[in-house]
Design a protein. Structure first.
Length: 371
């Protein structure tokens, strides 16, 4: 007899093979505890998240939380509250995030250093602000998605935007800016009575466009419910990790893995080409097995075609490798240092604005291939 946990069989807790789309697992839920499956289907079940002491069922517009004991589910929350949200940074990631907030019914004000990128959202209902301070002045929630710590501090602090945020306002900071900058900005926000939530994202351009990012959120527990309407609009789910700063730390751990994997894939392809092996045969060999990963196929196609439209620009990936090394301090990470050298080389070869998978050119150049 299958084991039942809070009305869910163990089989229901596992994703099926048909539930894996472009590397993002979408768990199929079957619930027989207090509501029919047709009701669950109508709710649009998206994700099952395990969290210490909490089993959480996430829906497009409702959330159920399991209590300490199995089967003690609270009622779903009401339709997400529409709020006034300011989005600072409407580039590759911030633009789609703002668009999804508009589609969810939020009142959105946008600002971007390159004004044309913000103005592109005006016809979809966004108000375009001339300055960051003007954007945040009447906002209940401020969401930032900017290139790096320098851009973020110039936009929010040096522009006077932080001083214009309302007392008790919520700042959801989703940029990848590193540990030191995150801790510094959290402190500055706290001094002004602003609730700071550190929530970098997993995902690049396509997941941002599809509202399928994953949020690595951290901050005061009481801010969680206020964040959820925003998270519902832009993501497939989130984890809440604890005090502000833990989200950034987990993001660096995840980036460390994926960026080193990217360099590993590039070297694997160049080795195959050097040995007279079609790199596609490598992808075929690992397909469906324990060594397989969707990312290898996704980025491998770019390398095979030597076509690198930017989903996540190499220049940003290079910045993130440096953030990993900075956060590690005195801990020696030889693989990360070697990866940093390869991203530096690809950048110097002129591939900074291409996708991060263009790190392939660093190894290809050493093998005598076109760079």
């Amino acid at each position: 007899m299958p084991r039942v946990v809070g009305g869910l069989t163990t089989a229901d807790l596992l994703p099926g093979k048909d539930d894996l789309v472009a590397g993002f697992p979408q768990q199929r839920l079957s619930i027989s505890h207090g509501c029919g499956e047709d009701q669950v289907a109508e709710a649009g079940a998206e994700e099952l998240n395990r969290h210490p002491s909490t089993l959480k069922l996430r829906f497009r517009r409702s959330v159920q939380h399991a209590g300490e004991g199995p089967g003690s589910f609270a009622a779903p929350r009401e339709e997400a509250t529409v709020g006034r949200v300011a989005v600072l940074g409407t580039g590759i990631m911030g633009g789609p995030m703002a668009r999804n907030l508009l589609r969810a019914g939020h009142e959105v004000t946008v600002w971007n250093r390159t004004m044309e990128k913000a103005e592109a959202l005006e016809e979809e209902g966004a108000r375009v602000a001339p300055t960051p301070a003007d954007a945040v002045r009447d906002a209940e929630i401020v969401l930032t998605m900017l290139t790096d710590a320098q851009a973020l501090e110039a936009t929010v602090v040096e522009s006077g935007g932080l001083d214009e945020m309302r007392q008790g306002g919520l700042w959801i900071q989703t940029s990848t800016i590193g540990v030191a900058a995150t801790d510094r900005l959290a402190e500055e926000a706290g001094e002004r009575g602003i609730t700071f939530v550190d929530a970098p994202v997993l995902g690049t351009k396509k997941p941002a466009e599809d509202g399928q990012l994953f949020m690595l959120a951290s901050g005061p527990e009481e801010a969680r419910a206020r964040c959820e309407p925003v998270f519902d609009a832009i993501s497939r789910g989130h984890v809440w990790l604890g005090e502000a700063g833990l989200g950034t730390r987990l993001k660096l751990v995840a980036n460390n893995w994926i960026l080193c994997t990217m360099e590993n894939l590039a070297e694997t392809f160049v080795l195959a080409q050097t040995l007279g092996v079609d790199p596609r045969s490598f992808l075929d060999a690992i397909s469906g097995g324990a060594m397989d990963m969707p990312y290898a196929h996704l980025k491998g196609e770019a390398m095979l075609n030597q076509d690198f439209p930017a989903s996540f620009p190499l220049v940003h990936a290079r910045k993130d490798v440096a953030l990993v090394l900075d956060a590690a301090g005195d801990v020696e990470l030889p693989l990360v240092r070697a990866t940093m050298q390869q991203f530096d080389r690809a950048f110097e070869l002129g591939h900074g604005d291409e996708d991060m998978s263009a790190v392939y050119y660093a190894s290809a150049a050493s093998a005598g291939a076109r760079s």
